[in-house]
Design a binder for this molecule. Structure first.
Ligand SMILES: [Zn+2]
Length: 269
């Protein structure tokens, strides 16, 4: 297996009803928007691209318009410099030279930055792409084509996929939050790191086996099965990086790009 480097960054924060992340909770929760950079000898990879640039606007109406149906339920904390392209540039990585973008799924907080990496090949589950092209889903505002339908080259996969053929970057199907959601397993210093994305929002989601409110669940049983899978992987020594866990995110990065090493992982509980 070739050596790779994994980096975490946070590309802004949003605040939404707590129940969107954990059923039964009231009030609101501020969540990080995480993206990951992977440097592999055979290519540079981004996992998720965060929010779209109009959400950085000072003009409330621009932000409202960009949020569409989520405007009433969402507060955005996202300033210039925090987007994925600027995070990469600050780290000395040219966004135009990113080879692959893996989108966990095509919701606005996961693919809003795809426009900034025009030369990347998008790696997406075939069934997610189909859901995102579905007229009814688009009309409901669940998927917004300007975020992802931008003419990128696309690698549509069906289930598990080993990106470089060496077991170091493996996509794992984790359908449930959306019809074609996927998570990622990365080998860092010989250890498995599982980036769940929205298959498991919070550390507490897994501990309590608690799903989000039904309105953000496409298939509840499938989501519970994903929890079981993550628990099994954790029991075998894998480190789990949750989709939007505020506390874990702060322990990984101050926002800017930070490498995740064996030491970082050892410090995670
Ligand atoms: Zn999300």
């Amino acid at each position: 297996m070739e050596e790779l480097k994994l980096y975490a960054m946070t590309c802004g924060w949003i605040t939404m009803p707590y129940g969107f992340f954990m059923a039964g909770e009231t009030g609101s929760l501020a969540i990080p928007i995480p993206c990951y950079l992977i440097e592999h000898p055979k290519g540079t990879v981004l996992f998720d691209t965060g929010l779209e640039l109009p959400l950085q606007s000072d003009d409330e109406n621009v932000v409202k318009k960009a949020l569409g149906g989520f405007a009433e339920l969402t507060t955005v904390d996202f300033v210039p410099g925090e987007d994925v392209a600027k995070r990469l540039e600050a780290f000395g990585v040219d966004p135009l030279k990113i080879n692959y973008v893996i989108n966990s799924h095509l919701h606005f907080d996961h693919c809003g930055g795809n426009a900034c990496v025009p030369n990347a090949r998008i790696v997406i589950q075939k069934r997610e792409w189909e859901a995102a092209k579905d007229e009814e889903n688009i009309e409901k505002g669940i998927y917004v084509p300007r975020h992802y339908d931008l003419g990128h080259e696309r690698l549509e996969i069906d289930g598990e996929h080993d990106l470089f053929g060496d077991g170091s970057v493996v996509l794992i199907p984790s359908y449930g939050h959306t019809p074609g959601h996927q998570s990622l397993k990365v080998k860092v210093d010989g250890k498995d790191v599982v980036i769940t994305a929205d298959a498991c929002y919070l550390k507490a989601s897994l501990e309590r086996m608690t799903l989000p409110d039904a309105m953000v669940v496409n298939d509840a049983q499938a989501m519970l099965n994903n929890f079981d899978l993550f628990k099994k992987l954790k029991a075998k020594g894998a480190f789990i990086l949750y989709g939007h866990d505020p506390k874990q995110s702060k322990s990984l990065t101050d926002g800017s790009i930070r490498q995740i090493t064996a030491d970082t992982l050892a410090s995670l509980s």
